[in-house]
Write a protein that binds this ligand. Sequence first.
Ligand code: SF4
Length: 366
Amino acid sequence: MSNSIGLYIHIPFCKHKCPYCDFFSGNADENAFDNYVIELKDKIKYWSEKAKRDVATVYFGGGTPSVLGADRLCDILDFIKFNFNIQNNAEITVEVNPDSAKTIDFEKMYACGFNRISMGMQTAVEDELRLLGRIHSIDDAKTSVERAKSAGFNNISLDLMMGIPNQTIESLEKSISFCADCKVTHISSYILKIEENTPFYKVQNKLKLADDDMQAEMYLRAVEMLDSLGYKQYEISNFAKQGYESRHNTNYWRCGEYIGIGPSAHSFFEGKRFFYSRSMDDFNNNKLSFEGTGGDEEEFIMLSLRLKSGLNYSEFEEKFGYTLPSYIIKKAKEYEKYGYTNVTDKSISFTPKGFLVSNSIISELI
Ligand code: SF4
């Protein structure tokens, strides 16, 4: 088994806070950006001395990393490369917002080593973008994808959202077609979740939100349409052209180790799960909070079942030194007749319909 790790860098800044978003991010000025880069480098150095491992994937997430601009992003990546041993074929992703990506220097970012773009597009319907409080337009998304491609990026992911107020199956199909027309390699498609402490939470009764049945209909239609366009589902919410599955995120779902650097960033390293709290001060003081041990059987089962390939019996046995208890396979088989699971002599996996109720089935299995 590989001894390499993933590295996650959190950029907690956004030009504008979207009313549904619960991520640790907010607006800040250029001074704050520069100070944050200094703090990040300090923690990158700390972790490079603590975790002397090859790095297989690097992921800049947020927030909106692209608000930092290409110079700062490349400065951080160069610093990571100097301090960590980044594998030659490492996947190095940066999240961008179509608003800042329409002017960012993609050439510089490609030249310094970023090789994957993840763009928060959400929908290709202008009215839906406005309802979500997004500051970009459909044209911004199109322009940004084209700019990234002409700079050399051939691995681009677009985020889509399902269950947007007033969204219909037809408007969702329009957004999916838009992504396919952009000829991107990867699409993530999430159902809008109303989080506490967000403006959407307070006005949710006034929003025309999709009910559970409508959300399920949208999800199943998205899976079907994406499949027909060559985007194969490999995780509950992720779809890719063959060979373009996100390696960084797949490492999470395979219980691989990773270090997260930045306020609110989580880590799993040497059997322990820990995180930086949602506080800039705690991060600056390198104060970590520990969640406990990780990577046990329950976690492995739960995370494996997020993947379309599911829970593989021999992988379980190899990892834990004993065979997967037969009651789990028996229980999973009971759900097969309802069309929720596929149970073979090698693995248990969910069908798209099963993914919709996977949390409650998993809690029955373990
Ligand atoms: S751009 Fe993304 S991270 Fe920033 S507020 Fe909007 S949803 Fe949240």
